[in-house]
Design a protein around this ligand. Structure first.
Ligand code: FES
Length: 218
């Protein structure tokens, strides 16, 4: 069995997550994210610990972790690269971007041997107005091109700081997993929060002095 890094501190943090919910079972998903941040995968040890803390079976924990694609069965790399493969991104160049990145990294839906990258096709990220989109550790890289994708991988490989189009500076997939477990990194206000395309309607309304009709009290 693979080595686990889950220690007393992790168990304490898993309990903190549980304490946020009226029912311990409701904490399952953020608890799984914390396990991934510590072990880089939904480890067997993580499943055992969660099952015991929550008071459910290991099979029930596995049932949740295998249903959602964000939970990995094999250890993830330092950076998770998700290329949107849903229709709009795909026809706008997403499929070609995936093929290019896959060829460069030598993996197809998997993790590179050096543990630097995990490459996956991902479904629509609700960022279709910026197609084609690549997610790095679930941060948006909008309006991607082959050249931008090459530079992105060059920078990540070299450890140079990478700022997503919207969101905070990219650190690592594990850091993001900790954030998804609900441990705030203090960077919510860093970077751009909404892109130009999303704000176009607001700008037009402003120029024309339009406003939403007021609802009538009933
Ligand atoms: S189709 Fe790619 S973000 Fe919607």
């Amino acid at each position: 069995m693979a080595q686990s890094n889950i220690d007393e501190k992790t168990i304490e943090e898993l309990k903190q997550i549980m304490a946020r919910y009226p029912q311990p079972r409701s904490a399952l998903m953020p608890m799984l994210h914390l396990v991934q941040s510590v072990d880089g995968v939904v480890s067997q040890r993580g499943i055992e610990v969660i099952a015991e803390l929550v008071g459910i079976t290991e099979a029930q924990v596995q049932g949740v972790s295998t249903f959602y694609t964000q939970y990995l069965k094999h250890p993830g790399g330092k950076h998770h690269i998700g290329v949107c493969s849903t229709s709009l991104c795909a026809v706008m160049g997403g499929d070609a971007l995936y093929d290019r990145i896959s060829k460069r990294l030598g993996v197809d839906e998997g993790t590179t041997e050096d543990g630097m990258f995990t490459l996956e096709r991902v479904e629509c990220n609700a960022a279709c107005d910026f197609a084609p989109v690549i997610m790095v550790n679930w941060e948006f890289m909008d309006n991607m091109t082959p050249e931008k994708a090459d530079k992105l991988l060059d920078d990540l490989e070299a450890g140079r700081p990478v700022k997503p189009t919207r969101g905070a500076t990219i650190t690592s997939w594990r850091d993001n997993e900790r954030l998804l477990a609900g441990f705030y990194d203090g960077k919510a206000d860093e970077g751009v929060s909404a892109g130009e395309a999303s704000l176009a309607g607001v700008e037009i309304a402003r120029e024309n002095n339009w406003s939403a009709p007021k609802g009538e009290a009933k």
